[in-house]
Design a protein around this ligand. Structure first.
Ligand code: C2E
Ligand code: CA
Ligand code: CA
Ligand code: CA
Length: 279
């Protein structure tokens, strides 16, 4: 059926209105959801390949709204990045992680390193780390347990090189580790390793997504060796198949995170999962 220009315009206007209404609605729910703890930590395990042990976990946000159900990051992170709410959310998530780690210590449970995602937006405030340091101290979190994951793209902005270097130094000074997330997609990723003193790189899921051929394994294998020689840990992300796992073992990749072991899990489920893992 033929549509007139006007009808097409009306359609897109409608779509736009729907999108704007939805965004306005999510924005309106934000404050109350923070207060009601509707944002929750989900944990996805990272497995150390050499001994098949739990080596850590990544904290990923889930918005579990009493009326709207589970809302995934892709539905709200871009929105909250566009209006700055992401910084509040990141700090909230970090504090929840600190509470969890403190509880693990109190209950004499196994304490594993946890990584927390940081939006690029924090970089706009050169003193942003102070708030994180204060929270870390409030919950008496020892050094070396919390790692911040920052997207590779944060490091590309040449305007920010000095600032980012300083941030990484400060992170180390205060006992945090620093991880380069979604590594390998920028065109000068390797230069970043020379420029910035990061502790970990996370090889993006896309690396392993294409039908893997010999050439791409050679690239991954040399990245792993390069990182190793620089004393940088490697996490392969988004691993789903046994074949991928076999290859990663062969090239001695440090850690693996992906559905092959587990999806991100609520805290309760994660605690049960980790007790049973390897039994
Ligand atoms: P990310 O940091 O790259 O996190 C990994 C994403 O890949 C997660 O999606 C995870 O559930 C998914 N994933 C893990 N293993 C597999 C796998 O084997 N196969 C597939 N297909 N996917 C896998 P999620 O939880 O939906 O998060 C999406 C993105 O949202 C994250 O990507 C991160 O950039 C952002 N994000 C999540 N939580 C936070 C947060 O608290 N703060 C900030 N600033 N960003 C967050
Ligand atoms: Ca991440
Ligand atoms: Ca990632
Ligand atoms: Ca990603």
């Amino acid at each position: 059926e033929h549509q007139t220009g006007e009808e097409i315009c009306a359609f897109f206007n409608n779509q736009l209105v729907i999108k704007m209404n939805r965004e306005a609605e999510l924005n309106g729910l934000f404050e109350e959801s923070i207060q009601n703890h509707d944002f929750q930590i989900y944990l996805q395990p990272k497995i150390r390949l050499e001994n098949q042990m739990l080596g850590g976990a990544e904290a990923l946000v889930r918005w579990i709204h009493p009326e709207r159900g589970m809302i995934y990051p892709s539905d709200f992170i871009p929105l909250f990045e566009s209006n700055g709410k992401i910084c509040t959310l990141d700090i909230y998530m970090f504090e929840e992680v600190c509470k969890l780690v403190q509880r693990w210590f109190k209950e004499k449970k196994q304490v594993i390193p946890i990584s927390v995602n940081l939006s690029r937006l924090h970089m706009k405030n050169p003193d942003f780390l102070e708030e994180f340091v204060a929270i870390k101290e409030k919950y008496q979190i020892p050094d070396g347990i919390i790692e911040f994951e920052m997207l590779e793209s944060v490091f590309f902005d040449t305007q920010q090189i000095i600032l980012v270097k300083k941030v990484i130094q400060d992170m180390h000074k205060h006992g945090f580790l620093c991880s380069l997330d979604d590594f390998g997609f920028g065109y000068s990723s390797l230069a970043l390793l020379n420029e910035f003193d990061v502790d970990t790189i996370k090889l993006d899921r896309q690396f392993f997504a294409d039908t893997m051929n010999e050439k791409s394994w050679k690239i991954i294998s040399s990245l792993v060796r390069l990182a190793d020689s620089l004393n940088i840990s490697v996490v392969a992300e988004g691993i789903e198949t046994k074949e991928q796992l076999t290859c990663l073992r062969e090239i001695k990749c440090g850690m693996v995170q992906g559905y092959i072991y587990s999806k991100p899990l609520s805290i309760d489920v994660f605690e049960n999962w980790s007790v049973n893992f390897g039994k």
